[in-house]
Ligand binder design. Structure first.
Ligand code: C2E
Ligand code: CA
Ligand code: CA
Ligand code: CA
Length: 278
């Protein structure tokens, strides 16, 4: 899970890393944070461009470190992936996101919740079964859960990854391809994966209103997605002009700071209720 090519810790090497001790201690602390509930999810609204309602959210992990303050995900997700701690984090995020969505449902707020997965998560054949159990414990319909993957996630062990994704799709869970457009084999894997949504990478969206090339790229991705029967979401919407441009292009959902930053669950509920009729 990366925001394009700017991924500071993704390829860091434990053996040669000069900050090795620091990072090993951060990983120990992450395991403790998982044990002691120092992680939390913030939720960023997804606005349906046809109805202008908030009908979904993306769950984004936050770490409230007792001494370091808020540690941003870029500073520990890559490391957690490289040190084998990501599966535990993902398990926690799935449980927390599904539990939250089901609380919203109980209050009449029928939001879809999207949880980010990493490559290592797709190496676990039992993932679909585990998610099915969580959905049934919390009484959340499978179509209210989406998993976001990047193409990096299917490079490692493509056969297992594809089998896991098929299992998830068979349950009725949505599968979104994150950061679409910045990868290297975007089209090849679309042929093999049970995808239901494309999320256009932020870099094509930030300057959408001013950049004719970005407009052409975004229009092409929306058209491609729709022809393949996918839903298309644009991320990184930072101004009204970009939002209106996306609506004119026919993009389905928009997400970004102009609509809202990722919010704590309580604030998200207020925001979504308010924007439920905009
Ligand atoms: P992502 O999945 O591409 O998530 C979108 C990131 O863009 C979020 O950063 C979000 O706050 C930010 N963003 C949203 N709208 C805007 C905008 O209008 N402008 C700009 N400049 N940025 C915007 P965040 O929360 O710091 O997450 C960074 C990355 O960390 C995520 O990128 C994802 O790859 C990873 N991540 C976060 N939570 C999880 C998780 O639970 N599991 C895994 N595996 N990865 C996660
Ligand atoms: Ca719609
Ligand atoms: Ca994402
Ligand atoms: Ca993204």
């Amino acid at each position: 899970a990366a925001t394009g090519s700017t991924r500071p810790l993704a390829f860091y090497d434990l053996a040669t890393d000069p900050h090795r001790t620091e990072r090993l201690s951060l990983m120990g602390e992450l395991r403790e944070a998982l044990d002691h509930d120092h992680l939390l999810l913030h939720y960023q609204p997804k606005l349906a461009l046809d109805t202008r309602r908030v009908d979904g959210v993306e769950a984004l992990v936050r770490w409230h470190h007792p001494r370091r303050g808020i540690v941003p995900p870029q500073d520990f997700i890559g490391m957690a992936e490289d040190t084998g701690n990501i599966q535990r984090l993902t398990r926690w995020a799935l449980a927390a996101g599904i539990a939250q969505a089901s609380r919203w449902h109980a209050r009449g707020l029928f939001l879809n919740v999207a949880v980010n997965l990493s490559a290592r998560d797709l190496e676990e054949p039992e993932l679909p079964m585990r998610i099915a159990r969580l959905l049934s414990i919390h009484g959340l319909p499978p179509d209210k859960l989406t998993v976001e993957i990047t193409e990096r996630a299917v490079i490692g062990e493509p056969e297992t990854a594809i089998r896991v994704l098929r299992g998830l799709a068979d349950l009725g869970i949505g599968i979104a391809v994150d950061d679409f457009g910045v990868g290297q084999s975007a089209f090849a894997y679309l042929r093999h994966l049970p995808v239901s949504e494309l999320k256009i990478d932020q870099t094509f969206v930030h300057h959408l209103a001013r950049d004719a090339t970005d407009q052409t790229i975004v229009r092409s991705i929306v058209e491609l997605g729709h022809r393949l029967g996918f839903h298309v979401t644009a991320e990184g919407v930072e101004d009204q002009a970009a939002l209106e441009r996306l609506a004119a292009i026919g993009c389905d959902h928009a997400q970004g700071f102009f609509i809202a930053r990722p919010l704590p669950a309580t604030e998200l509920a207020g925001f979504a209720f308010e924007r439920a009729g905009v």
